[in-house]
Design a protein around this ligand. Structure first.
Ligand SMILES: C[S@@+](CC[C@H](N)C(=O)[O-])C[C@H]1O[C@@H](n2cnc3c(N)ncnc32)[C@H](O)[C@@H]1O
Length: 242
């Protein structure tokens, strides 16, 4: 857990730093004082930030019942009532105001799931959260349990893939530990909106054991902090004052 007690940790570190400063002012020399102050600041920075932010926002849709889900073989068509059938959604402006900058380390990668209809909003979000768009990290090809391509009727083409963008801030290239991670994830679609576990595994393979958090998470996963309204959150992510 990297940020659960972030505020307390920061407070303690600052109190400790000021105590050390006073003690050294009386007994130590300038060099010692500088070293202690530096260690304290490194502690504060190191324990309150994540290098990996993995987010799957509850994008809001304007039109309801626009899509029909078709299930190959079963020849079943179901009128889609919108994601609100499954969870509450958030307006893009509200998502943008979340204070993600507060939890992002100086060097940080954001992996952001987006439906193709929300691509412009995702690019806006990346900027508002202080990141720079880099690439499409993953393309998830959705399969049925029988291994067939899933297909949702869309306005223009049949939908059977979802993308996860990567954006960065600072210098994340230096933190990469693997260069051989594939973009295509060819995996079964299970429950509504659930993304394949493989995405998390690949992120771990790209960046190793850096501090990471999943935003809008629905489950706790070992090695990852989580935040969302359907999970026991490790942090309190609030809108920044705009
Ligand atoms: C697209 S789903 C995430 C699915 C998840 N990635 C998975 O693989 O199971 C979006 C999640 O954001 C949550 N959510 C909606 N509004 C929220 C809010 N105001 N604060 C936190 N989480 C919210 C939803 O309840 C839902 O669990």
């Amino acid at each position: 857990m990297y940020l659960a007690d972030a505020n307390t940790q920061t407070l303690l570190a600052l109190v400790y730093m000021s105590l050390c400063k006073n003690v050294i002012k009386r007994n130590g020399n300038t060099r010692q004082r500088k070293r202690i102050v530096l260690i304290c600041w490194l502690y504060v920075l190191g324990t309150t930030m994540y290098n990996i932010i993995y987010a799957d926002p509850p994008w809001a849709y304007r039109s309801k019942g626009m899509y029909q889900e078709t299930f190959p073989k079963r020849k079943q068509i179901r009128k889609y009532q919108g994601v609100n059938e499954h969870y509450s959604t958030m307006d893009i402006t509200k998502i943008c105001t979340l204070d993600v900058e507060k939890i992002a380390a100086k060097n940080c990668a954001l992996f952001l799931w987006v439906t193709d209809s929300h691509l412009p909003e995702a690019l806006r979000l990346i900027k508002e959260w202080g990141f720079k768009y880099r690439s499409i990290a993953f393309i998830w090809i959705k399969r049925s349990s029988r291994g067939k391509l899933c297909a949702n009727v869309g306005a223009w083409t049949m939908k059977n893939a979802e993308i996860c963008l990567i954006a960065t801030k600072g210098n994340m290239a230096k933190n990469k530990v693997a260069n051989n991670i594939y973009q295509i994830i060819d995996e079964e679609r299970t429950t509504h909106s659930k993304k394949p576990e493989e995405a998390r595994r690949r992120i771990e393979r790209i960046f190793g054991g850096l501090p990471k958090i999943e935003l809008f998470a629905r489950q706790k996963v070992e090695g990852w902090d989580a935040w969302g309204n359907e999970v026991e959150s490790d942090i309190n992510l609030v809108p920044k004052h705009v």
